[in-house]
Design a protein around this ligand. Structure first.
Ligand SMILES: N[C@@H](CCC(=O)N[C@@H](CS)C(=O)NCC(=O)O)C(=O)O
Length: 84
């Protein structure tokens, strides 16, 4: 199963949309809040040259764009780890 990490901050409406999908699909996703976690912010900038959120890391590969992320989560939901 792919390991998922979402780089986000809570006041970002695009992040809220992605988090809502994650919640609806009951997916297990590690949250990285770049507002409070400088190490995660630095990693995002180092990996991508951007500080844009949401960014979903899928097995270490970053994906931007909330609509693309939501579509990917919905399309792959049956293969993803769920919260127990
Ligand atoms: N089209 C993008 C928009 C993302 C976006 O604008 N995110 C803002 C926060 S709400 C951001 O990270 N801005 C800082 C930047 O891009 O450097 C999406 O739908 O994911």
């Amino acid at each position: 199963m792919p390991k998922l990490e979402l780089y986000k901050f809570d006041a970002c409406p695009f992040c809220v949309r992605v988090m809502s999908t994650i919640n609806d699909l009951n997916l297990k996703v590690k949250m990285r809040d770049i507002q409070y976690d400088n190490e995660s912010l630095n990693k995002l900038v180092k990996d991508t040259g951007r500080r844009t959120v949401p960014c979903l890391y899928i097995d270490g590969n970053p994906m931007f764009e909330s609509s693309d992320i939501i579509a990917w989560l919905e399309d792959n939901s049956d293969k993803l780890e769920k919260n127990s």
